[in-house]
Design a protein around this ligand. Structure first.
Ligand code: ZN
Ligand code: ZN
Ligand code: FE
Length: 765
């Protein structure tokens, strides 16, 4: 850096999450430490810092400290440096904000920090045991902001008038609560309330009484950051069974919240990386391998989902308890509830609530760790609305909204080089979820001041998202489902490949460009287009949608595909009525109500049923595949035969040889753990073979692993290992789930490319 005479002076612009996270007071203190004069202020898209030194300096040490010591919630994307003339200032000041039109990043909600935690438990502190303690480094953000700029008036804290003590802390640049918008104390801030669910009567004793009810086996709705949890004791089997009945969930795993880390260790194995995730400020639910099972929490699976408390209120509640079930308060096919008026009283015994309104719902995020890196199952609280930078070659000035798929939907908005993806929204075919989808579009558009000029949706003609897109009247792109799956991780990793990549998109269902139900797809792709290199050979989906709920239908479909109608009759079908089997055989043979599918999820269903692990009807998506994964023996390397028909285009991958071998294994009483392992290995081998083929023929050296099936840890590990042994570069999503939650991000990727590089004639002015 060249010096510009004496005294030295520069102006820095810091881009990133630097507003509402204590960044300006941090700069103020740092400048004081260095003895610099100047100012710091918020500008539209970041923070501007002007520095003057009376000695000659290159400010390197300051820059270093700026990056290294920044407040915990701050994320620096970029710093630009300009040499500006010195103004011979007298001191260093925090200047008033200037309203800007660009992208302002706001922080996700973050769990209570160490300093606040200490204060909360120190009897002399004025916030002793106060459940809403927070500071610039912690507390609610995304879920309480109504619009920008991020200041108190624009949050749901506006209705609480600060007391003189809070006001003083809020106004003092050297205080760690300087401009902490949710600042509160027992005198001026939100209060908790314990209500009897049936009568609404308020009860005495607050958190202590709530905890005692949980111990007694009651079900309590507890208001957290992004909505209510339903809470009960995991050790009271009757309470758990009642909770399951209320939620209409017989087997779906329930999340646990543990008082501290050592409780988690009692029930689960964890690695260093898993511990890091569990204790991070984002406080996700982390899926961990069972050490000691708790009956009824995650039946048939080998993992338990744990989180640690993330609000002061949770900590206080867990004071007298070790472990609670904390599952989101949604009824089947509806979003989680955010206030009492939504009927939470009908699904619990007591309501433990408070009067700080939730502006935006957000579920708990869920992840597991694979090869030392996170693999998201659900991205919501703690991570949203952190922005994703797009490769600079794709950045355009138009604003885009992408609406995702339909199941496990998210939306994404694009503005000024960044994408913000919403929290998980659920299945939009359900009315209340659809309302939540609209709520979220409004919220994000307002928050980031986005007026989209282009809308993107899935190719599916009947998805709610496609219909919504058509109704906007905006120019509309449709992107094939699996193509979007492949592009999302490329965008996330900022890769703009020179050659095509091999995208391996394995999932349950996506609408294909031939109108069929795709889901076992090998695409040669770049941002512009894809070519379907290979896919799982089509089999029938007998009964359409029903086939994805009743795995035995898929087992039958694969048997008939392999053996014809003379398929061997297996014991496993004994619970299905003869007439029903017969009618299904006819359906399959005559192609009645039996669309075609290349779905990998459905293949998992079939195999899970054949080995006797799947129920006749599943309760939740991927239940049968998860049970199959749970039993897989990890150190087995054998695999089944498969065939790839290279005379066809696209190449056809057939599992007929595998189905035959599985039946032979079953005859020999080979245990499910081995059959499952061999099945997983087979899929990994299929991918490895195709990757090798694509490398030879098309020089692809990047392989993208994506689609909901890659939430399967066993398959992801095995496939990655095989590919890396062949010196291929394996890309998979790290910050987004590989399932349909990442579709909206992939849709943005394609739209950006189309608009930037391959602008259609007259598409936009
Ligand atoms: Zn704090
Ligand atoms: Zn106060
Ligand atoms: Fe998908």
């Amino acid at each position: 850096m060249s010096n510009s005479g004496s005294p030295s002076s520069i102006t820095l612009i810091v881009f990133g999450v630097v507003q509402g996270v204590g960044f300006r007071p941090f700069v103020y203190r740092l400048a004081h430490e260095f003895g610099y004069k100047g100012w710091v202020k918020n500008i539209g898209f970041g923070v501007e810092i002007h520095l003057e030194s009376c000695q000659k300096t290159d400010f390197e040490a300051f820059l270093q400290a700026l990056k290294e010591k920044k407040p915990p919630l701050a994320r620096i994307e970029k710093i630009t440096i300009e040499h500006t003339p010195a103004r011979h200032l007298k001191g260093f000041s925090i200047k008033k904000s200037r309203a800007g039109k660009s992208f302002v990043f706001i922080s996700p909600d973050i769990s209570v920090c160490e300093e606040c935690f200490k204060e909360m438990y120190s009897p002399s502190d004025r916030r002793f045991l106060y459940p809403f303690i927070n500071c610039t480094n912690c507390g609610p953000r995304y879920t309480i902001v109504k619009s920008l700029p991020y200041d108190r008036e624009q949050t749901t804290m506006a209705k609480f008038k600060m007391c003189p003590n809070c006001r003083q802390e809020y106004s003092d640049p050297l205080n760690r609560r300087y401009h902490a918008q949710p600042i509160a104390c027992p005198v001026c801030g939100p209060q908790v309330k314990l209500l009897e669910a049936t009568t609404g009567r308020e009860l005495e004793g607050g958190v202590k009484t709530a905890a005692s009810f949980i111990k007694k086996g009651k079900i309590i709705a507890v208001k957290g950051l992004g909505g209510f949890h339903l809470v009960c004791s995991p050790f009271n089997f009757r309470a758990v069974a009642r909770l399951r009945k209320i939620k209409k969930r017989k087997t779906k795993p329930l999340a646990l919240m543990a008082k501290n880390f050592s409780i988690v260790k009692k029930y689960a194995y964890l690695s260093l990386e898993e511990k890091k995730q569990l204790t991070s400020g984002q406080r996700p639910i982390v899926l961990l391998r069972k050490k000691e099972d708790i009956k009824g929490i995650a039946p048939y699976l080998n993992e338990l989902g744990f989180m640690l408390p993330y609000t002061p209120l949770h900590y206080l509640l867990l004071n007298d308890l070790e472990l609670i079930v904390a599952t989101s308060s949604n009824q089947k096919d509806a979003p989680l509830m955010k206030d009492e008026s939504e009927g939470v009283g009908q699904i619990c015994d007591y309501i433990f609530t408070h009067d700080r309104p939730i502006q935006m719902r957000a579920d708990d995020s869920v992840l597991k760790v694979v090869n030392k890196q996170p693999l998201f199952l659900r991205r919501a609280r703690g991570y949203v609305p952190y922005p994703q930078k797009v490769p600079s070659s794709l950045a355009i000035s138009n604003q885009i909204i992408a609406l995702g798929a339909e199941l496990k939907d998210t939306i994404s908005i694009y503005k000024n080089g960044y994408v913000v993806t919403s929290q998980f929204l659920g299945d939009l075919d359900e009315y209340l979820n659809y309302k939540y989808f609209q709520e979220t579009i409004d919220h994000l558009s307002r928050l980031f001041e986005v007026k989209p000029q282009i809308v993107v949706s899935d190719l599916h003609p009947d998805f709610q998202t496609t219909r919504f897109a058509q109704k906007t009247g905006l120019p509309h792109f449709q992107v094939q489902h699996h193509f979007a799956h492949v592009l999302a991780p490329l965008l996330e990793h900022n890769i703009v490949p020179e050659k095509k990549v091999l995208g391996v998109a394995l999932d349950g269902y996506g609408y294909g460009d031939d109108g069929q139900a795709w889901g076992g797809e090998f695409l040669l792709a770049d941002y512009l287009s894809y070519q379907r290199l290979a896919h799982f050979k089509y089999v029938t989906l007998p009964g359409g949608d029903l086939a994805s709920k009743q795995p035995w239908r898929m087992a039958l479909s694969y048997l008939i595909d392999t053996f014809g109608l003379d398929y061997p009759h297996l014991q496993i079908f004994r619970d299905i009525k003869k007439e029903k089997l017969k009618s299904l055989e006819l359906m399959i043979a005559n192609n009645i109500n039996s669309p075609l599918t290349s779905s990998c999820g459905r293949l998992f269903d079939a195999v899970s049923f054949l080995v006797g692990l799947s129920p006749l009807e599943v309760e939740f998506e991927a239940e049968a595949p998860m049970r199959l994964e749970a039993v897989a023996e990890e150190n087995l390397n054998r695999y089944y035969e498969f065939s790839i028909d290279s005379s066809a285009s696209p190449l056809q991958i057939s599992f007929q040889p595998m189905i035959k071998e599985i039946l032979e294994d079953l005859k020999l009483n080979v245990p499910p753990s081995q059959i499952s392992a061999k099945f997983h290995n087979t899929l990994a081998q299929v991918t490895a073979s195709l990757a090798e083929f694509a490398k030879k023929k098309y020089e692809t050296d990047i392989v993208v692993l994506t689609g909901g099936v890659f939430l399967n840890k066993v398959l992801l590990k095995k496939t990655t290992n095989l590919l890396e042994k062949k010196n291929l570069i394996v890309i998979r999503p790290l910050n987004y789930p590989p399932n349909d939650e990442s579709i909206s991000l992939g849709q943005i990727a394609h739209a950006l490319y189309k608009l930037k590089i391959n602008r259609g004639p007259g598409f936009l002015n």
